[in-house]
Design a protein around this ligand. Structure first.
Ligand code: ADP
Ligand code: MG
Length: 706
């Protein structure tokens, strides 16, 4: 065999050929951890390291801040408690004292592990419980003298699964096979950064970094390895996105909207119901310039709930119609699409702009007319739900697409709108989920951004309170006093897919008890949920909008976009079951008029720490960006609304919160590189190009995110 061929393929070797793995374990590694070839294992970094040279004594435990390592014996292993309180308890003793260990899960499996008279190493995080320290779910391993204090003192810890552990691939064996691989890989690892970048940032080589990320010789070199690999990870993501944007701008022409015509002018003079905020003016201009530039626009418009994004979109939509193009506006729910349609037709009354609505419940006959008028160009503005992206919907000349609450759509759905014209339309995606800067740079790095950072004048900050269920009577009293003032109220119940039936029952029960508390004829209560027929939903919404009902009991179908300015109280039941950004969205349904508005978060007494933090955050601040930052810290980017569906990036090592600085370096250097060498074809950048192509060849087309 030719040796260069060997080395080229080394990292693509199936994992079962690694010594100590074999077909059975390989199968598990594939299924459990998505490790298929050598490279996957090499890039499966440890999540933690323990300083094996350092042992704590039980007596020394004085805070619950850090993970520690203890050495001693385990006694009195017993199962206590019942049902949800059932747990495994054991005493751990060293010569200085003893501490309780406790497990709530995997009881049977752990219990069988302990042998008497065996010395163990216990690793975990002590916490204070009833004034005594204990360690919940510690890692426990028998002391093997020969493994202590030989070679590296920092031992890597890998995330493994129960299944892998039970097949002998626990942390220790994991370390072993990784070590085998690292030794084999010496001399095979290719550098993927240019000498210039390595020098500029004083980074260690890729080979050294990979060796030391798994088996660090000391903590200094470990930090260097981490810095190098984090940079590399973020750099290539940034480079790929920026390169994609560059190519798109070079290849794809944009429709040029050169004039501001009659529609916009008349709207501005005759119809605009209020003065635009400065932020709205600025953003409208940013978008207008983009759409006149000859380059296809891909822009994200961020603005907190209630900041007036719809109007910004509408004014830019009118520019498109003024230039002879068609426009569509897509919303994630039928309720919201209906509302947009009504608002917009109202605002455009008397102007020569033809507008229509297309949703899942549009009747066939009506649909036919819409299809026809789209093709002959008479229909200028089409508003709707994802029904808009169906194949059968064809435009004569689509020039501009607006996607409201874009995080509710999948990448593929959005991409389809690109194809509705031979030259793709300009795209504006709008979101009220503020995205922290680091996230925006990482997930949407190839989009341009506009931000409305100002609310319309005269809004009073919403007052938010957290009540336990016991305060329900007080709540009812308060609601009655608000209704007396002529205000309207939302009461929202959670609806989670897995237990939909139970949730609907909660909603129904809630509706009945509210109807009892607020009886006819003095009061009228509406109910709306996702399982209702669309016509009924709309009917109930309209009753509420017209003020015929004072209370709207609903699930989160009203979460996004709904705009009823007379509604001034938002009650959220089981608020602990909602994520922060969802709570913020819901709260944003009120505070839209000039009245003082309120948001009341109802919860049970029992709250997790995270739940408490969420309630505190909501009570403390109305600032969507601040809330998004807290959310990011609490949940990590994976769960953050607005990024779930982008699903393009899995970070192995970089952390978007802690590594903001590195991210900035990565973006700057990627920009510099492309300025200097747009095709990445210079000799010194060859390693970069090669790695980039290898890494991203199977990934989703980033530009289609918009
Ligand atoms: P969001 O950005 O959450 O989509 P909307 O577009 O629904 O916000 O606007 C919220 C409310 O504020 C609407 O009732 C809208 O008519 C009103 N509004 C928008 N712009 C202004 C403005 N410049 N001055 C006063 N009210 C405005
Ligand atoms: Mg909106």
């Amino acid at each position: 065999m030719i040796s260069s061929f060997m080395s080229y393929n080394f990292f693509q070797t199936p994992i079962e050929y690694l010594k100590g793995v074999g077909p059975k374990r390989a199968d598990l590694l594939r299924k459990e951890l998505n490790i298929h070839v050598f490279q996957d294992l090499l890039l499966y970094y440890p999540y933690r390291y323990i300083d094996r040279s350092k042992f704590f004594k039980v007596r020394e435990i004085a805070s619950d801040a850090a993970y520690i390592q203890l050495r001693g014996f385990i006694t009195n292993v017993e199962v206590v408690g019942e049902k949800r309180g059932r747990r495994l308890r054991a005493q751990f003793k060293d010569e200085s004292g003893s501490i309780e260990l406790v497990w709530f899960q995997g009881i049977k499996w752990i219990q069988d592990k302990f042998k008497p008279n065996t010395e163990y190493i216990v690793f975990g995080k002590p916490s204070l419980f009833n004034n005594k320290y204990n360690i919940a779910h510690p890692e426990v391993e028998p002391v093997v003298e020969s493994e202590l204090a030989v070679g590296e003192t920092l031992q890597p810890f890998y995330h493994t699964t129960e299944k892998l552990k039970s097949k002998g691939l626990g942390n220790k064996s994991f370390g072993k096979i990784t070590k085998t691989l690292i030794l084999k890989a010496q001399g095979e690892v290719r550098e993927n950064l240019s000498a210039e970048i390595l020098q500029k940032l004083k980074l260690i080589s890729r080979e050294e970094a990979l060796l030391n990320i798994h088996f660090p010789k000391n903590s200094q070199i470990l930090s260097k390895a981490q810095a190098r690999l984090k940079f590399e990870e973020l750099f290539f993501i940034q480079l790929e996105m920026l390169r994609h944007k560059l190519q798109r701008n070079q290849k794809i022409k944009g429709h040029i909207f050169s004039t501001v015509g009659e529609n916009l002018n008349r709207f501005y003079k005759e119809k605009l119901p209020f003065e635009l905020t400065n932020a709205q003016k600025r953003v409208i201009k940013e978008i207008r310039l983009d759409m006149g530039s000859g380059i296809q626009m891909n822009r994200m418009l961020q603005g907190d709930v209630g900041s007036g994004k719809t109007l910004v979109a509408l004014m830019n939509m009118l520019i498109a119609t003024d230039n002879g193009y068609q426009v569509c506006l897509m919303a994630p729910t039928e309720v919201l699409a209906n509302q947009h349609f009504k608002t917009i037709t109202n605002l455009l009354q008397g102007l020569p702009v033809q507008t229509n609505l297309l949703t899942g419940s549009t009747k066939t006959a009506q649909r036919k007319i819409i299809h026809q008028n789209l093709l002959n160009g008479e229909l200028q503005i089409l508003i709707g739900t994802h029904a808009l992206i169906e194949e059968t919907v064809q435009f004569k000349n689509l020039g501009f697409v607006v996607i409201d609450e874009q995080h509710r759509f999948g990448v593929a759905q959005r991409a389809k709108l690109w194809k509705k014209n031979t030259t793709p339309p300009h795209i504006l995606v709008m979101t009220a989920t503020p995205i922290p800067r680091t996230l925006a740079m990482t997930f949407y790095g190839d989009l341009d951004f506009s931000v409305i950072d100002e609310l319309p004048p005269g809004r009073k900050p919403i007052q938010t309170y957290h009540y336990f269920d016991s305060k329900r009577l007080k709540l009812f009293g308060f609601l009655k006093s608000q209704i007396k003032l002529g205000r309207q109220i939302y009461i929202v119940y959670p609806l989670i897919q897995e237990s939909e039936k139970l949730d609907l029952k909660d909603l129904q029960d809630g509706y009945e008890s509210i109807s009892r508390e607020f009886p006819l004829p003095d009061y009228a209560v509406s109910i709306v949920h996702g399982k209702m027929k669309s016509a009924n939903k709309d009917y109930e919404m309209q009753r509420f909008i017209k003020g015929e009902t004072q209370i709207m009991v609903s699930t989160t179908v009203i979460e996004v976009g709904i705009d009823v300015s007379n509604a001034s109280v938002m009650v959220i039941e089981n608020a602990e079951r909602f994520g922060l950004s969802q709570l913020h969205q819901l709260r944003g349904r009120v505070g839209r008029g000039a009245d003082q508005s309120y948001c009341i978060l109802m919860t049970d007494y029992k709250l997790t720490n995270e739940g408490k933090k969420r309630m505190e955050t909501m009570v403390r601040t109305n600032d969507g960006f601040e809330i998004a930052e807290v959310d990011l810290r609490l949940r990590g980017p994976g769960d953050l609304q607005g990024t779930q569906q982008s699903g393009v990036i899995d970070l192995r090592i970089a952390n978007l919160i802690k590594d903001e600085k590195i991210l900035k370096y990565a973006r700057d250097l990627a920009n510099q590189l492309l300025d200097d060498d747009p095709e990445i074809s210079k000799t010194e950048n060859k390693p970069i190009k090669k790695y980039l192509i290898q890494t991203f060849k199977n990934k989703q087309n980033w530009g289609s995110i918009s």
